[in-house]
Design a protein around this ligand. Structure first.
Ligand SMILES: NC(=O)c1ccc[n+]([C@@H]2O[C@H](COP(=O)([O-])OP(=O)(O)OC[C@H]3O[C@@H](n4cnc5c(N)ncnc54)[C@H](OP(=O)(O)O)[C@@H]3O)[C@@H](O)[C@H]2O)c1
Length: 262
């Protein structure tokens, strides 16, 4: 049965571009009110006004840096102060870095872990009791096909996404009798600002999907009778994911390294 988003509130992190912006559009088209979170407040405000005008919903915005742990409690404090009860959480904010670890900027690597793992974990924990008691919405944590095998030249990124996939699948099991739909969304290369931030096209493996295709996959998974704890977007990416999971590291590492230009 399709999830009923009308009249409920969805919180989307990283909503100022790419997949997060598409989640915001799709959820409002299905009647959800929104809380949009990212650093670029002007973008969020423009998007909120546009979606409110188009769909007659209510969109609140919070400009904050989720790479800073102090912001994690601020998000919950913001929704409490606004009297908002969150039924759907999309932990989408994230970024990747490219290059061998020994030459990586240590501060940037720390930030990558704090955002991709820390913020996602803290926000899931902060909202999970509400999501479970509402039992009508969804928890979507955005992982990646990079989660299925170690990724030389993106060691930190791949490991953060492996965490997201493992963590989310476990939470899906823990909450299986509550009505909450939980899935770890694993996109492959998607046409967003992601690769501008990474700063290298080597990070792109396979053909691009559009954000619309990826979010459609996620929504289909949520609307399914049994939401899968992990969903991979795109047939070719599903094959890569299976191979990545099955191949022993010794055999897989040289292949992945070559694909990553190393
Ligand atoms: N594109 C791909 O090929 C691909 C593939 C697999 C998985 N993913 C995952 O998909 C998710 C969305 O990425 P995308 O492809 O849509 O890339 P994107 O267009 O670069 O969007 C990333 C979003 O995260 C937000 N963000 C980044 N750092 C933040 C911070 N410190 N605090 C708060 N928000 C922050 C950005 O907003 P601000 O800059 O305004 O803060 C932006 O809204 C990420 O988790 C990424 O790892 C992407």
């Amino acid at each position: 049965m399709s999830v009923q988003f009308a009249g409920t509130t969805a919180l989307v992190t990283g909503a100022s571009s790419g997949l997060g912006a598409e989640f915001a559009r799709v959820l409002t088209a299905r009647g959800a009110d929104l809380v949009l979170v990212a650093r670029r407040l002007e973008r969020l405000e423009a998007m909120a006004r546009e979606l409110e005008a188009r769909h007659g919903i209510m969109a609140r915005v919070l400009g904050t840096d989720l790479g800073v742990p102090a912001s994690w409690g601020q998000v919950r404090a913001f929704t409490d102060a606004e009297g908002v009860r969150v039924s759907t959480l999309v932990n989408n904010a994230g970024f990747g870095t490219y290059g061998v670890l020994a030459e990586a900027d240590p501060a940037r690597a720390d930030e990558e872990v704090r955002l991709n793992v820390g913020a996602l974990t803290a926000l899931t924990r902060a909202y999970l009791p509400d999501l479970m008691s509402e039992g009508t919405g969804a928890l979507v944590n955005v992982a990646s096909t990079a989660s299925f095998q170690p990724v030389p030249a993106m060691a930190v990124y791949g490991a953060t996404k492996a965490y997201v996939r493992s963590f989310t699948a476990a939470v899906a099991w823990e909450t299986r009798n509550t009505g909450l739909r939980v899935t770890a969304l694993c996109p492959g290369a998607t046409r967003t600002e992601f690769f501008d931030v990474v700063g290298s096209e080597h990070a792109k493996v396979g053909r691009y999907q559009s954000p619309e295709q990826v979010v459609r996959t996620a929504m289909r998974a949520l609307d399914a009778r049994h939401t899968p704890p992990v969903v991979v977007s795109g047939a070719a990416n599903r094959v890569v994911a299976v191979l990545g999971r099955l191949a022993p590291a010794r055999a897989g590492l040289p292949v992945t390294a070559a694909l990553m230009g190393r």
